[in-house]
Design a protein around this ligand. Structure first.
Ligand SMILES: Nc1ncnc2c1ncn2[C@@H]1O[C@H](COP(=O)(O)OP(=O)(O)O)[C@@H](O)[C@H]1O
Ligand SMILES: [Mg+2]
Length: 264
């Protein structure tokens, strides 16, 4: 199982839409077995697949001490899409974050990674959506991940925010997860405007992290798809956003196949 974390310290950049659609495309287009983990207490990824609720989810993985295989199976839900399962989230994740933070032992960052060991042979990919912060939950996600992707809005792009995040990724790699690879950033809410191209060029020139070729256009079908609680390839398969998320997923897969990207 290869684990991909979609992170950005900002909200509203497209983390949830990207995690949900990349997960759905890996399962339905590439026929992979995929586990989507909702790592945001707002539970937007869970809502996207109509499985938001009171039941146990990501918080239970983090709260229970050494959950066994059966315990992990119990919090995995079917999405209704072949090959795609989900571990949901709700406000309980806030309590889980506090509880982890209050624990004094050194292994608080490895809880998620070790419970996911139970399902490592059941899935090809685990895609993790995150909240807009670096809290103990996000540290657990980065400690459990092989790859990191950063969605960026060109109209809100700031070097300082991105540098903070890259530093966090570097810190987790150094402290707990030497295999963590920052695969790169990609633009969402993209429009063909000179200022956006300037943002893209300055990011590429900065060398902070690789920049994906594929950008996701600004497209009203995206918010409509979340309201309808259907991923883009099911809701609007011919939309630009659906097509571009397929390209983005293929670009990511090509990197993992060849093992390219920024290592170490
Ligand atoms: N490519 C896009 N075009 C138009 N709206 C988008 C696009 N991507 C995301 N959105 C919308 O922007 C908002 C934020 O996206 P979301 O994935 O929830 O961001 P995050 O998880 O980073 O907070 C949502 O309302 C979503 O529907
Ligand atoms: Mg979100």
């Amino acid at each position: 199982m290869r684990t991909l974390a979609i992170v950005n310290l900002k909200g509203g950049v497209g983390k949830t839409v990207s995690a949900a659609n990349v997960a759905h495309i890996l399962a339905t287009v590439h026929h992979k077995k995929v586990l989507l983990v909702d790592g945001d207490k707002q539970g937007s990824a869970s809502r996207y697949f109509s499985v938001y609720g009171e039941h146990d989810g990501t918080a239970a993985l983090l709260l229970a001490d050494g959950l066994d295989a059966e315990g992990v199976e119990r919090v995995i839900y079917r999405t209704g899409y072949y090959g795609l399962d989900i571990i949901t989230s709700n406000l309980e994740l806030y309590a889980a974050d506090r509880a982890l933070y209050d624990r004094q032992d050194t292994d608080t960052a490895r809880v998620l990674s070790s419970v996911l060991d139970h399902v490592r042979n059941d899935y090809d990919f685990c895609i993790i959506d995150n909240g807009p912060s670096v809290d103990t939950v996000t540290l657990n996600v980065l400690a459990a991940a092989d790859d990191v992707l950063i969605p960026i809005r060109p109209d809100e792009f700031s070097f300082s925010g991105l540098l903070d995040l890259v530093e966090q990724v570097d810190a987790v790699r150094a402290a707990v997860n030497p295999g963590l690879t920052l695969r790169g950033a990609f633009f969402t809410h993209w429009q063909n405007r000179e200022t956006f191209w300037q943002a893209r060029r300055s990011l590429e020139d900065s060398g902070i992290c690789p920049v994906f070729q594929t950008a996701i256009n600004y497209n009203p079908k995206v918010p409509e798809s979340t309201l309808e609680e259907k991923p883009l390839c099911a809701f609007a398969p011919r939309s630009w956003a659906a097509i571009q998320y397929k390209k983005l997923t293929a670009e990511y897969l090509a990197l993992t196949d060849s093992g390219k990207g920024k290592e170490g």
